[in-house]
Structure formats: C-alpha cells, structure tokens
Design a protein around this ligand. Structure first.
Ligand code: FES
Length: 321
C-alpha cells in the first residue's frame, strides 16, 4: 500500500494538559537527533498499545526539526485511541511513530488562504499558519470552539508571530461573535483556498458556507479526524486480480476483515475512511463509497476504494491486489 512503514522511536519530552480533555505532547528523539521534515498539514501515525494506530496532525512549526507536537482530545466516544494517548503517554514515555505523511497540503501559488479550525481541528492549522507566515503569504486563521476552557492553544495563538492573522470565536460566550462562513469568507477566486478541519458537523457547515459563497470545490480543502462510518449493507464478492482469488464479503463485514480471513493483510490505520492508508485501485465493478477521504469527483470515477469502510454496488469488485 502507499503508506510508509518506517517507524521512529520517540520520547515524550513535554506533556501539558491544556484543558480538561486536551493534552499537548512534544515528541523528540531520545538522542536529540533532528526528526524527519514535515510539511504543514501533515500527520503521523501514533502506534499505541494493543495494536492501536491513530493519526494525529502535527501542530508545531514545520521549520523546527527538533520536535513533533500533537494535540489530542480525549474522546470517550471513539474506539480507545485518545484514551490510550491520555492514559499511557506520560512524560518520558517512549512510543513508535510513523514518518510524517501529508494528505492535507497547502496549495501552491495561493494569493490568499483561509484556515478554519473547529475544536481540536485547529492542530493542522497551526502548522499551516507557521508555514504561511514564514513564506510571507497572505492568510487568515479562524479558530472556533465552544468555550475558552475547552480550547487549547489560545495563548500560543495570541502570542504567535502570526497572531495578527488569528480570529477566535467561542460559541458559548454569547457575545454574538461567531464565524459565519457564507458571509465572512473572502471573495472566491481560483487562487483563494479554504482549509477546514474539525468535527464532521462543523466541517459540513463550513464547507457548505464556502460553496454558497461561490468557492470552487477544488479550492475547499478538508481533513476529517473522526467520522461515524456506516459499514452496513449486503454481501458481495471481491476478486484479487493479481492472484485470481475470490473472497465473499459478508453482510456487515468490511473488505479488510474478509481479506484478513483468507490471510491477505491490507495495511490500515484509522479504519474509518479518513486517512487513505487502505486506498486501493478498482479494476472492475462499482464501489459503494463510504469514506470521507476521496473527493466527490474521485468517487464518481469509481477507480479507487477505501477497503476499511466502503462496499460494493455491483455483485463483484475486482481489485488491483
Ligand atoms: Fe484509514 Fe482505511 S484505514 S481510510
């Protein structure tokens, strides 16, 4: 698959509980060696106990090779990743981390960039703001949260060298200052780009506002960090083109689970259609896309599928595996 399997052995050099539910971690190599470079918007796979692998955006300055920074929201509704981070990753702990990957890059040649972070979705925006500021690029950063006590990074953003580009909103403050995407976004243009990350409902709201404001789909960039994936549905067949093997995917079973049952291991990470790790080429058949990774245009092409969550509209899918 397309993901690098190289793992870094890193140490928690700093751990700060910035709100009741958000911990900010600083990861360094134990010998102080510089870390592999990353671009703004990148994330790392964090390998947790019991085989859990979770993706977290890098929220530090991409120009700082001495450390990676992560902000992790404790979310009891998820499948245990954030709970393991909060419980197990203490000061001095060592952990394995994949090399940074970037599925949410800044577009080249933008005349203006709008960064919109909802809640913990602020994390990739901080790295983007550092990069844009360093490049002398035009940008604005909007940070939306429920209340100041639920928002991490507030002091850091206010005091950042790009603090003059930052707008902060708290829904529950009652001062009427709420980000309004349909009216507050700048005029659309081919080189004006909007980036959004946050809870799914927040993202849908911002994306719809950007569309209403006239921004083209290719200028609206998004990164989901967790979604509820519906993996239910009738069974179908999957044919593996490279071996000719055919496997039955049962009702409610994922393709990855069906493949694992016959000994075919597909690399996965988020297992909810967010990260793109399990992206695979479709040679024949019609996928039933359930992910939030592919764009609408890519889904319509029907030549790729996320195996961890998507299913089939046709009786058989032929995969390039
Ligand atoms: Fe993340 Fe499939 S494992 S999209």
């Amino acid at each position: 698959m397309n993901a690098s399997t190289e793992l870094l052995q890193l140490q928690i050099a700093r751990r700060e509980l910035q709100t009741d539910h958000i911990v900010v971690l600083e990861l360094r190599s134990p010998d102080g060696a510089p870390l592999p470079a990353f671009d703004a918007g990148a994330h790392v796979d964090v390998h947790l106990a019991a085989g859990l692998v979770r993706q977290y955006s890098l929220c530090g300055d991409p120009a700082d090779a001495s450390r990676y920074r992560l902000g992790v929201l404790l979310d009891p509704a998820t499948r245990g990743g954030s709970q393991a981070v909060h419980r197990d990753l203490q000061l001095g702990s060592t952990l394995q981390v994949g090399v940074p990957r970037n599925l949410f890059p800044l577009a080249a040649g933008a005349s203006h960039s709008v960064l919109v972070g909802g809640g913990i979705g602020i994390t990739p925006m901080i790295a983007m703001a550092h990069a844009l500021h360093r490049a002398g690029a035009s940008f604005e950063l909007h940070y939306c949260s429920r209340a100041p006590e639920q928002a991490a990074f507030l002091d850091e953003l206010r005091e950042a060298p790009f603090g003059g580009h930052v707008w902060i909103y708290h829904d529950e403050r009652g001062d009427g200052r709420r980000f309004a995407p349909s009216t507050q976004l700048p005029a659309p243009a081919p080189d004006v780009h909007v980036y959004v990350c946050g809870p799914a409902g927040f993202m849908d709201w911002v994306i719809e506002g950007a569309r209403v404001a006239g921004h083209a789909e290719v200028c609206i960039h998004r990164e989901y960090f967790s979604v509820e994936v519906d993996t239910g549905g009738a069974g179908f067949e999957v044919e593996l083109a490279q071996s000719g093997r055919v496997v039955q995917v049962a009702e409610g079973q994922s393709i990855t689970a069906a493949l694992a049952a016959i000994g075919v291991k597909v690399q996965v990470s988020c297992e909810e259609g967010v990260c793109g790790t399990c992206l695979t080429t479709v040679l024949a058949g019609v996928p039933d896309h359930r992910d939030v990774f592919l764009t609408d245009e890519e889904k319509a092409d029907n030549d790729q599928i996320l195996l961890c969550c998507s299913r089939a509209c046709s009786p058989r899918l032929v995969l390039d595996l």
